[in-house]
Design a protein around this ligand. Structure first.
Ligand SMILES: [Zn+2]
Length: 510
């Protein structure tokens, strides 16, 4: 009999500092032309399932943009629709859940846990449940207890999304062939800044992840290390490790739990090495004025990929104030300004007012004389970088030459992750001395061929995705947690276990 496998999901990275969003802000992948198979994340999984002869049952899958919490009534509506679709789908042998793992609603701090529990309740104990999560997932006990297998991204920038999607599909298929899986989970009181979670170069998290893969053998089928999403203000924020292992057969259980603890211990030993600061704004501007170039400034705290709106003018204002020249900056989000530029036309000289009427100090108004140098519209499909294969929606865009600094302006917040996006809006990243991108780290995959490490400056400017964890005012975060509660730093490992959380999922633990 062909196994029937349902594919569905809820993917949201919630920034507790950002304004709430609604379901309308998201994209329903299952309703897009071509369905799940045409999507850059779901497509690779669907291919693996279909090639094996399984019957793929397409169910609701929503991708919400990184941003504030989802309005709770919208979440409830989505849960109810998902439940209805599952009941209508009839008997399923397995579920493949494409998630993110850092979702909050205006009421629920662990929306992924609520979602996965609902799936488990609805389908009953038998169908296996395999979920794919982002490296920035805040994994919770409720999530772990609901599932049989967890597959997390192992790279940041996330260049292995399609690969992990295929891996999860293969695990889901194994469960339909009488292989039983379980998940062991170990969560540390360790909060990493967003910069502290890069895996490029010799970054500590990358070293932990690489080392963890040496333990993937025998019954241990997957080890995932999650940096967590520190801007989520969730009790589950922080570093955690999951180990998915096969349990068909005797005497295999201890492998997964001890592997999870061992990897978590490696991550804890490096606690003083994770980066938690960026270059001060004034130093970055000095380099932008004096370096020969090429130079890339990353406005990490206004990264739309981390839920910031892309509206901060702090870096733009500082560059203009310092008289910097031969600079291109993208993407400043300002739909009204784009409209103004379209109304005035190509070549028009206008007074560009960024964040007109704003009273938000993180989106300060900035006015400058500008020439409209490009007007563009349409979708953008990257062929390189982390979003290769995805469809991005910058909407109508313009470029404005402010004299010394040319700014790409979009109608929606969008992280710059590859040079093609800049070309799409009318900039020329190859020709400029200094490039400024609103991105925390995903730009590294797309721009690696243009800038080496010495030519990249991560700027500590104000924004909704700050690098410095002391700028957060967490309310729901678990305490104590390192490095906010510095006393934890010198805890000996035996005492530390008091603060470590763990759980197990899989059929034998239900
Ligand atoms: Zn991520």
């Amino acid at each position: 009999m062909r196994p029937r496998i349902g594919v569905l999901g809820y993917a949201h990275e919630t920034n507790a500092l950002a304004a709430p969003i609604s379901l309308q802000d998201g994209v329903r992948i299952d309703r897009q032309a071509g369905g799940l198979g045409a999507n850059w994340v779901a497509g690779p999984a669907v291919d693996v399932l279909a090639e094996s002869g399984a019957q793929v049952v397409e169910l609701p899958l929503i991708e919400l943009p990184p941003g504030g919490p989802l309005r709770h009534r919208d979440f409830v509506a989505y849960l109810s629709e998902t439940e209805g679709a599952l009941l209508e789908a009839g008997t399923l042998d397995a579920l493949l859940v494409l998630g993110h793992g850092a979702g909050c609603t205006t009421k629920a701090a662990d929306a992924d846990g609520v979602y996965l529990e609902l799936l488990r309740r609805t389908v009953g104990p038998d169908p296996s449940l395999t979920t794919v999560l982002d490296l920035h997932a805040n994994v919770s006990e409720a999530m772990v207890r609901s599932v049989d297998a967890i597959v997390g991204y192992r790279t940041n920038p996330h260049v292995d999304v399609a690969e992990r999607s295929r891996e999860a599909a293969a695990l889901a298929l194994q469960t339909t062939q009488n292989v039983e899986l379980e998940v062991a989970w170990c969560s540390l009181p360790l909060l990493l800044s967003q910069l502290g979670q890069l895996t490029t170069g010799a970054e500590p998290l990358g070293r932990v992840i690489d080392r963890s893969q040496t333990l993937v053998k025998g019954p241990v089928l997957n080890i995932s290390v999650f940096g967590g999403f520190s801007l989520g203000d969730s009790p589950d924020a922080g570093l955690s490790v999951t180990v998915t292992a096969a349990t068909s057969g005797e005497g295999r259980f201890p492998d997964s739990a001890s592997a999870a603890t061992e990897v978590a211990d490696w991550a804890w030993q490096l606690r003083r090495e994770y980066r938690s600061s960026a270059t001060p704004l004034s130093d970055a501007v000095k380099r932008a004025c004096h370096d020969k170039g090429p130079l890339l400034l990353a406005d990490v705290a206004d990264n739309p990929g981390g839920g910031a709106p892309g509206t901060s003018t702090a870096l733009l204002g500082a560059l203009l104030g310092a008289g910097a020249s031969d600079v291109q900056l993208a993407l400043q989000c300002d739909p009204r300004l784009v409209q103004d530029a379209f109304g005035s036309g190509l070549g028009a000289k206008i007074t560009a007012v960024f964040n007109r009427g704003s009273t938000d100090p993180l989106a300060a108004t900035l006015a400058a004389q500008a020439t409209v140098t490009a007007l563009r519209d349409g979708l953008y499909r990257p062929t390189t970088g982390v979003y290769a294969g995805a469809t991005l929606r910058p909407g109508p865009t313009c470029t404005l030459d402010l004299g010394g600094v040319t700014v790409g302006v979009s109608s929606h917040p969008l992280q710059v992750s590859d040079p093609g996006l800049l070309t799409h809006v009318g900039l020329d990243p190859q020709a400029v001395r200094v490039l400024v991108v609103k991105s925390r780290g995903h730009f590294r995959a797309g721009f690696a061929h243009m800038f080496d490490e010495s030519q990249i400056v991560e700027v500590d400017a104000p924004g909704l995705a700050p690098v410095d964890l002391s700028q957060l005012s967490p309310v729901k975060l678990r305490r104590p947690i390192y490095p906010i509660d510095v006393d934890l730093a010198d805890l000996d490992p035996d005492l530390l276990t008091r603060f470590v959380r763990s759980a197990r999922g899989g059929r034998r633990h239900r």
